[in-house]
Design a protein around this ligand. Structure first.
Ligand code: ADP
Length: 244
């Protein structure tokens, strides 16, 4: 479904991704863990080309972008429309209601007519447990509710893959569970997902594959059982020991 080959990204002199190879089969949940600064968010942002890689290739479904040559903006926009991104800080439009936030993408980007978009948005907001909050503005919603709007908004674009960038790290602890539950439901529905998170329980319970990154490379990857219970690499062991 989605793959990265020999992907490199640097910011000026700083090499952040140093050759990433990763294959994510359709319907699988991949959780990316690793120390702060190891390149997890950059990896995710390269996957939907919010950051343009310096080298390497990304394939999503049938479409391959080769970053050894300049990629036209239009191609990037089209590629990105197949991905849904959920941000740490929700990134909702503050002056729009939950429903308006969810229909924005389909109406503006996909040119869906407003009524169709509205109907679909209602279904999605119900799915994330916000059927009674559709006309609320972000400031009237808790962080967990805002993030669930963020998830519904990403889903409204009918993405082939959902990308989550530390979706619960801005939340008060008691609100984390409701967001993780929506994510688990999505995983059970067969959505392909890449999740950067510090929630090791989510990784253990929902991931098909866990990626451990450090220093801009994938140090180790495997099933949650393998990675958490019998890590092979010293750097993985050290990271996991610190979490205990
Ligand atoms: P992680 O998500 O694992 O904490 P990031 O991908 O956010 O790591 O960051 C990796 C490194 O890249 C950090 O040193 C960070 O400061 C740097 N970095 C990230 N984004 C930018 C940017 N837009 N400009 C310059 N440096 C950046």
């Amino acid at each position: 479904m989605i793959s990265m080959k020999e992907l490199h990204k640097s910011f000026g002199e700083l090499d952040v991704l140093k050759g990433i190879d990763l294959d994510i089969p359709k319907g699988k949940v991949v959780v990316v863990i690793g120390p702060s600064g190891s390149g997890k968010t950059t990896l995710l942002r390269c996957l939907n080309v919010l950051e343009v890689p310096n080298k390497g290739r990304i394939t999503l479904d049938q479409q391959t972008l080769d970053f050894t040559k300049p990629v036209p903006k239009k191609t990037i926009t089209q590629f990105r429309s197949n991905t849904g991104m959920v941000f740490q800080n929700y990134n909702l439009f503050p002056h729009k209601t939950a429903l308006e936030n969810v229909i924005e993408g389909p109406v503006i980007v996909k040119k869906t007519d407003k009524e169709t978009a509205r109907k679909k948005a209602k279904v999605l907001l119900e799915k994330v447990g916000l059927g009674d909050k559709m006309d609320f503005y972000p400031f009237q919603l808790s962080g967990g509710q805002q993030q669930r709007v963020g998830i519904a908004r990403a889903l409204a674009m009918e993405p082939k893959v959902m990308l989550f960038d530390e979706p619960t790290s801005a939340l008060d602890p008691e609100l984390v569970g409701e967001v993780l539950k929506v994510m688990k439901d999505l995983a059970n529905d067969g959505m392909t997902m890449v999740v950067v998170t510090h929630e090791m329980r989510f990784a253990k319970e929902a991931a098909d594959e866990v990626i451990f990154m450090d220093g801009g490379v994938i140090v180790e990857q495997g099933t949650p059982e393998a990675l958490f219970n019998s890590p092979k690499e010293e750097r993985t062991k050290k990271f996991l020991r610190k979490l205990e």
